[in-house]
Design a protein. Sequence first.
Length: 327
Amino acid sequence: MAIFGYHASHEQFKPSVLLEYVQAADQAGFSRISCSDHFHPWSDRQGESGYAWSWLGAAMQATPLTFGVVCAPGQRYHPAIIAQAAATLAEMFPQRFWVALGSGQALNEQITGDFWPEKNVRNLRLKECADVMRALWTGETVTHYGLVSVEAAKLYTRPAIAPLIIGAAITPPTAQWLGSWADGLITISQPYEKLKQVVEAFRRGGGEGKPMYLKVQMSYAADEETTLQGAFDQWRTNIFQSPVLSDLRHPQQFEAIAEFVKPEDMYKYVRISADPQQHIAWLKQDIELGFNELYLHNVNREQQAFIEVFGKQVIPALSRIKEGATI
C-alpha cells in the first residue's frame, strides 16, 4: 500500500511556518514528511532557506509522523557529522527517520570555496560517505582516506536500528548505480515513460524489492489560473535538466536561465491542475509503477487549502483504489 507524505519546502517558507504546515498535514491525514537540506533557495522569489537539521528535531517532537531529509555529504558536510546528526534523531525517534543522500548542487555546496568536482567524482565521493556513515552506525572506529578523510571517528550515541540510507536519483544511470548499494530510491515526478525508465534502472541495478519514494512536484489551488501562475512564480527556475541545475552557483543564475520560460511551459515539468480528480489519476499511475511512499510538493504558496483538500479528497480516494474500490 502506498503511503502519502507532505513535502516541507525550506526554500519557500520560514521554519516556523513549515512547522504549522506539518502539524496541519498530520491532522489532515498525511503520514509522512520530507524535506531538503539547502543553504540557498533556487530563486529570490522563493526567498527562504532554514536549516533543516535544526527544524527536524522540533517538527518530529511536534508530530508523530515519520520524517526524511535529502542531503549531500562530502563537501559542505563531513559524513561523520551527518552520521551523528542522523543517529541522534533516530535514537530520539526510533524508526521515524530516514536520510536520503545525493551528490549535491553547487548552489549549496560551493559555499565552502572548495573545488566543485564532476558528477562521476561526486558519485564516488557520495558512496564513500555512505560507507563511512554505515560503519559509524555499527559502532566501528573509522579511519578512511579517500575523496573524504576520516580519522579515528567513533559514534557513542547510536540508535538501536540505524536509519535507512535512501539514494537520490533523477536519471536512469544514477538510479541503476544506486540500486547496488542504497537501501531505497527517491526520485522526482517526470513524464510517465521517463519515470518508468528510472524505476526499471533502479530495479535492474539491484533495487528489486527495495522501497521507492517519489517527490511529486505539483501545483494545486482553487482555480486553474492561480494554480498555473503559482507554479510559474515559484518553480520556473527548477525545471532544467540535472547537469544544469547541479552546476549553477547562485540563485541569480537560476533566475537568468529561467528568463525565457513562459507560464505554459510549466505544464511539461509540474503536474498543474485545479481538479483533484486529475491529481488522483496521476498519483494512481505512480502507485502502479511501484512507489511505496509519495511525497506531495505543492510548489505554489497556497499550502493550507492544498493540505485540506488532499486530506479530504485525494488520499482517501487513493486508499479506496488500493482496496479495490472505484472512485
